[in-house]
Design a protein around this ligand. Structure first.
Ligand SMILES: Nc1ncnc2c1ncn2[C@@H]1O[C@H](COP(=O)(O)OP(=O)(O)OP(=O)(O)O)[C@@H](O)[C@H]1O
Ligand SMILES: [Mg+2]
Length: 106
């Protein structure tokens, strides 16, 4: 599995657009892609039609043992492209991640 992040402290420079396009390109190249919208605005999920929207999103990401991945991963119209949408409307995600228990697997 490869993880890529699109990060810039400046607003409006194309982070979300770049991420949506990189995801689409990788699906086109035959990879399976999960896009995660960590922005407080739910813009990333607007780039693709959600065929099966999940009830949750990144707000529930720190508690996946409790909610289950199917509760936070939305399916798009493309079979290899899924999205965990931004739903951190109160901008609490940073604090939730700081307080989340560390999971060690292996
Ligand atoms: N390569 C590009 N060429 C022209 N316009 C672009 C390009 N990339 C993004 N845009 C446009 O710039 C605007 C901002 O893009 P985007 O929302 O992706 O930025 P952002 O960095 O995610 O913004 P924010 O900080 O608000 O989350 C949008 O209107 C988008 O359509
Ligand atoms: Mg953005």
């Amino acid at each position: 599995m490869r993880v890529s992040a699109t990060v810039c402290s400046k607003g409006g420079v194309g982070k979300t657009t770049t991420t949506a396009n990189l995801g689409g390109r990788r699906v086109g190249a035959g990879l399976r892609v999960l896009l995660i919208g960590l922005d407080s605005q739910p813009t990333l999920s607007s780039y693709y039609d959600l065929s099966q929207p999940a009830p949750g999103g990144v707000h529930e990401l720190p508690a996946t043992e409790l909610v289950g991945l199917d509760q936070i991963i939305s399916r798009t119209a493309f079979s290899n492209l899924d999205i965990t949408a931004s739903n951190d409307y109160r901008n609490q995600l940073q604090q939730l991640l700081l307080n989340a228990p560390m999971v060690v697997s292996g």
